[in-house]
Design a protein around this ligand. Structure first.
Ligand code: HEM
Length: 374
């Protein structure tokens, strides 16, 4: 089945109604964008612990099945890593936590026709091995209810209350309208609400949806190398960093003043099409069926990153699973929905913020990012 996706993986299967469902999801995301504030923030994953400089070191001597795309040769890619909260602006609350990695200086034609000459490769991960919804039609059903919950939380009287109240109301709205009728999704949604880690660099992240690695399908997993936990928190004079809602930012600033951090970046290859499906990200890919194999080291050196200049630059960035080489193309229905959402919403955000809409390159990284004052 080729369709407009062209290069479909042979295990991909497009369900009836997917195109219409994608349109619903896209419309809902746009309806949730707050275009009145400046600068306009991301609709999801708006709150960030920070964007930090990193290096992605591909291991030498990888077996042939792993040597595709950026893993073809041992080399070091300069990188940026954004650590985020998915839904909650209060970083002390339960939430899903994101790690978005952007590699620079990546040669080769990219998947998105409008960005085929870009030199970046992104990997988006969260701190849970599964997503809570199976496919686009199911996501459209959830999206409609989520929009109702969102509108409720935007009522002027609710907005005047602390942010946590709106969040709680959204959940209460979803209980009778969606969660009670969808117990499988409800259970997974609760699993996705994790207690905040001690630091954003002290937890394991998963792609939770599949990607190509050459001819195979894989899940990506990033595991912190240190098992000792982050160093003790520094006491900050900055009142902003002492606020509970900025807890993960404070922890990240503190940790990266004191130490370097490294993650093992792993690929878990699909070895069983039934037990490790491509079209259902609510299924955990069993590690005993296919142990994750380390393919790279993600190094995050000690640094000062929390400056107004870098925060400004970070807002102009878009992390998108479709910023990709064909060798790592996103797979499955949830990733196909993301293709229609991320580019459009990031373009709108950057247009409203009057910042460039193109992918940055390594010159930008060295000139703008590394040149921005520490
Ligand atoms: C249909 C399902 C999904 C939709 C509609 C969706 C939507 C979005 C949107 C609108 C953004 C903000 C993009 C921007 O403004 O630049 C975002 C960011 C993000 N999403 Fe998703 N998402 C979905 C599934 C997932 C899944 C399965 C993951 C698992 C890894 C994920 C991880 C992330 C991360 C880590 C970010 C933050 C990127 C950054 O730091 O800029 N999303 N998502």
């Amino acid at each position: 089945m080729a369709g407009h996706w062209g290069n479909l993986y042979d295990d991909e299967d497009i369900p009836a109604g997917e195109a219409g469902a994608m349109q619903v999801v896209r419309d809902v995301i746009f309806a949730m964008m707050n275009t009145k504030v400046r600068p306009v923030q991301r609709v999801e994953h708006a709150s960030a612990a920070g964007v930090v400089r990193a290096a992605f070191e591909v291991l030498p001597d990888l077996p042939a099945e792993f040597r595709h795309g950026v893993f073809r040769e041992p080399r070091v890619y300069p990188a940026l890593v954004r650590c985020s909260n998915a839904a909650n602006r209060n970083q002390a609350s339960k939430d899903t936590h994101g790690m978005a990695i952007k590699l620079f200086d990546v040669p080769g034609t990219k998947v998105l026709p409008d960005e085929k000459d870009a030199t970046t490769q992104d990997f988006l991960l969260v701190d849970c091995p599964v997503f809570f919804i199976r496919n686009a039609p199911d996501y459209a059903v959830f999206s409609r209810k989520a929009l109702g919950a969102f509108r409720l939380s935007q009522a002027p009287v609710i907005r005047s209350l602390p942010a946590g109240v709106g969040q709680l109301l959204q959940l209460l709205y979803l209980v009778p309208t969606y969660l009670l009728w969808h117990p499988h999704e409800a259970k997974l949604l609760m699993q996705l609400r994790k207690k905040p880690p001690r630091s954003s660099l002290d937890t394991t992240y998963y792609s939770s949806t599949p990607y190509r690695l050459g001819p195979n399908a894989v899940h990506w997993i990033a595991r912190p190398q240190s098992i000792n936990g982050p160093p003790p928190l520094i006491h900050f004079d900055d009142p902003d960093l002492r606020r509970r809602e900025n807890r993960l930012r404070a922890a990240l600033v503190s940790q990266l003043r004191q130490e370097d951090v490294a993650f093992d970046f792993c690929a878990q290859v699909q070895t069983d099409r039934e037990a490790m499906p491509v079209e259902d990200p609510t299924v955990v890919w069993d590690k005993t069926l296919s142990p994750p194999r380390k393919v790279a080291t993600l190094r995050i050196p000690a640094q000062e990153f929390d400056t107004p200049e870098k925060r400004q630059l970070a807002l102009s960035l878009s992390f998108d699973p479709w910023h990709s080489l064909p060798e790592h193309q996103p797979l499955g229905g949830i990733n196909r929905v993301r293709r229609t959402v991320y580019v459009a919403i990031a373009d709108k955000r950057r247009e409203l913020n009057q910042v460039p809409r193109r992918e940055p390159d390594v010159e930008w990284l060295r000139r703008e990012w590394d040149g921005a004052s520490d």
